[in-house]
Design a protein around this ligand. Structure first.
Ligand SMILES: Nc1ncnc2c1ncn2[C@@H]1O[C@H](COP(=O)(O)OP(=O)(O)O)[C@@H](O)[C@H]1O
Ligand SMILES: [Mg+2]
Length: 264
């Protein structure tokens, strides 16, 4: 069953000076329930735009996105969770109160909320951080809190836009391992944006490579490496083979971009 159907989506932005700009051209994609899909591609290829369209933060100019609630219509009112590059936690609220916010807004009672917050902080490996303020946490810990907050209202789909892009390489590796563990525990459908090839291969069931000018699907690669994947596996022949192939493809789509425009 597909959780997300992107059907013939194009997006035109009104650019400076009234010129319009085609950011995405005819993108179609089916994402299965519980699948981990990574959108990969060079900067400016439309990854964020596509994610925002899937998340209904932006409307497509042409085409549509369908979120299939399948046999779980009770989820229709809480289908999405978002995690962005910056943690966007409220600095004056404790970690626990940040995670509780969407639950408060959904009208969940205090006792149930407290229980849920603890469950989520435990899930992301931060049970002791409940009463801390965001500035008392490291960047990686703040992103874990963002993930806890995004998962608190039990979304069907988790949308992540370069969530570990601001972290140092070592913390990022650790967060990738953690995210995989969390995903294996609760099997949300995840759409994850990155421009890191190794992050994509480490996390994905399927990698959707976007090309530029205009943004389009260049290729789709299935990653069949067994799970749980470990950092050691990034040294394996299969991992290296996949990353090499995807880097070659990024070179291709970047070459296209670098080529001077043909004048009419
Ligand atoms: N709100 C907007 N208005 C105008 N142009 C935009 C807007 N958002 C994105 N773009 C343009 O659309 C293209 C794709 O952007 P984006 O989706 O952010 O790419 P990526 O996330 O892959 O780096 C870029 O050329 C960007 O400048
Ligand atoms: Mg982006």
């Amino acid at each position: 069953m597909s959780a997300i159907k992107v059907e013939g989506v194009s997006k035109v932005f009104a650019g400076a000076g009234g010129q319009s700009m085609l950011a995405l051209s005819d993108v179609s994609l089916d994402i299965a329930d519980g699948e981990f899909v990574v959108l990969l591609g060079p900067s400016g290829c439309g990854k964020t735009t596509l994610l925002r369209i899937i998340g209904q933060l932006e409307s497509p100019t042409v085409g549509r996105v369908r979120l299939d609630h399948g046999d779980r219509p009770e989820r229709a009112d809480r289908p999405l969770g978002f995690v962005f590059q910056e943690a966007t936690l409220m600095p004056w609220r404790t970690t626990g109160a940040n995670v509780a916010l969407p639950l408060e807004m959904a009208g969940m009672g205090r006792r149930e909320r407290t229980e849920k917050v603890r469950e989520m902080l435990t899930l992301v490996g931060l049970p002791e951080a409940e009463n801390k303020l965001p500035h008392q946490l490291s960047g990686g810990m703040r992103q874990r809190v963002s993930i806890a907050r995004a998962l608190a209202h039990d979304p069907q789909v988790l949308l992540m836009d370069e969530p570990f892009g601001a972290l140092d390489a070592q913390t990022r590796d650790m967060m990738n391992v953690e995210l995989q563990r969390i995903w294996l525990e609760n099997r949300k459908t995840v759409v994850f944006v990155t421009h890191s090839v190794s992050e994509a291969v480490f996390l994905a069931d399927r990698i959707v490579m976007l090309g530029t000018k205009p943004g389009h699907i260049h290729s789709i690669t299935e990653v069949t490496l067994p799970r749980p994947r470990t950092i050691d596996m990034t040294e394996s022949a299969e991992f290296r083979h996949l990353t090499a192939e995807l880097r070659r493809q990024i070179g291709e789509v970047q070459d296209t971009e670098a080529r001077p425009a043909v004048s009419a």
